[in-house]
Design a protein around this ligand. Structure first.
Ligand code: TXA
Ligand code: MG
Length: 321
């Protein structure tokens, strides 16, 4: 198992040596390595079992430092960065040659963000390179929102997890770029569309395409628990499972079912607060996946605020067919 601690100098030593450290961010934990070192970046792909066509986000301590690695920041995107960094926003920007091909899977744009976590910002400020970091989970599984989640799955492959506690947003960053003059959202995430539109006006959301050349990582099946995960109307799903005599657990926004044992049900936010629901989502999915039921039943969230981003994750976690 990995050491879980708060020693920034230790994390820096490991990263300086070209090895990997799991880092906390406000969204999810990242599996970080020196983005300028192709060997370190290759070991990120290997550790996660991630296909090499799925590019990585680089993390920098500030907008000022981001300029070192990109040729240009179009004005609307600069406005977004000024408003929301540090925060759950990733920008796709034309990369400079110092960013190795392996980081972007050969694409001309590099994904950049300034994460909002004091330990990671301090670490980034001390490093002479940006950190390439995908979510610190095996490819295709649920993203980690605590050091224990990282340790459970990658603890045998990395030596250190920087302990920043539980992630306060709990959903990955919203990914934004430009096509001609249009502002495009490629992945729904922890920064709401309405907040983005409040700063730059209307945007186009393209995050649902299945074979997506612009954001190859947005595969239809992702964030998936090992158990069958069914989404729909909970009353109907529960009746079906009862008829079949199958053991199940229930994931809802705010419901409590008298007929189901408490340990087999999780309400993400009893007060229907979608930010709170987002914070708990991935941990709840893990807890139910590790419980001893056979099937997990879940409902979609209202389509407002972070509800759309949560639904995106639930739909991609759902068992297909
Ligand atoms: O909140 C987050 O974004 C977290 C934390 C650790 O920062 N990171 C994260 O990374 O979610 P990852 O690798 O799990 O997801 C990154 C997504 C992938 O879907 C990838 O395809 C897309 O960003 N992406 C990265 N670079 C890209 C690029 N150059 N062009 C298009 N899409 C890109
Ligand atoms: Mg991921």
């Amino acid at each position: 198992m990995a050491v879980i601690g708060q020693d920034i100098s230790q994390a820096k030593r490991i990263l300086d040596a070209g090895e990997l450290v799991a880092i906390p961010t406000e969204t999810v934990y990242g599996l970080a390595g020196n983005a300028l070192n192709p060997v370190a970046v290759a070991s990120i792909f290997e550790t996660k079992n991630r296909p090499s066509f799925d590019p990585l986000i680089i993390h920098v301590p500030s907008l000022l430092v981001a300029h070192k690695y990109v040729r240009d920041i179009p004005k609307p995107l600069r406005k977004l960065a000024e408003h929301f960094w540090p925060g759950p926003l990733t920008l796709l920007l034309p990369r400079k040659n110092s960013i190795p091909d392996i980081v972007t899977s050969g694409l001309d744009r590099v994904a950049v963000r300034v994460p909002d976590h004091p330990l990671t910002l301090e670490l980034l400020a001390q490093l002479l390179f940006p950190l390439a970091a995908p979510s610190a989970n095996p490819f295709g599984y649920i993203s980690p929102t605590s050091p224990q989640h990282v340790d459970a799955q990658l603890g045998s492959k990395i030596s250190y997890i920087l302990d920043g506690g539980k992630c306060k947003v709990g959903l990955e960053s919203t990914i934004v770029g430009m096509e001609e003059d249009e502002i495009v959202v490629y992945r729904l995430g922890g920064l709401e569309i309405s907040e983005i539109e409040g700063v730059v006006g209307q945007v186009e959301v393209k995050s649902h395409s299945t074979s997506n050349p612009q954001a190859p990582g947005l595969l239809e099946s992702h964030y998936a628990p090992a158990k069958p995960f069914l989404i729909g109307d909970l009353e109907t799903l529960i009746l079906d499972q009862k008829k079949k005599g199958v053991d199940f657990a229930v994931l809802s926004l705010n419901k409590e079912f008298d007929s189901i044992p408490m340990e087999n049900q999780i309400a993400l936010s009893p007060s229907s607060d979608l930010k709170e629901a987002a914070t708990h989502l991935f941990a709840a999915m893990r807890t139910l996946d590790e419980s001893n039921v056979t099937v997990i039943l879940a409902e979609l969230m209202p389509e407002t605020g972070l509800g759309n981003a949560i639904n995106d994750r639930l739909k991609r976690a759902a068992t297909k067919g």
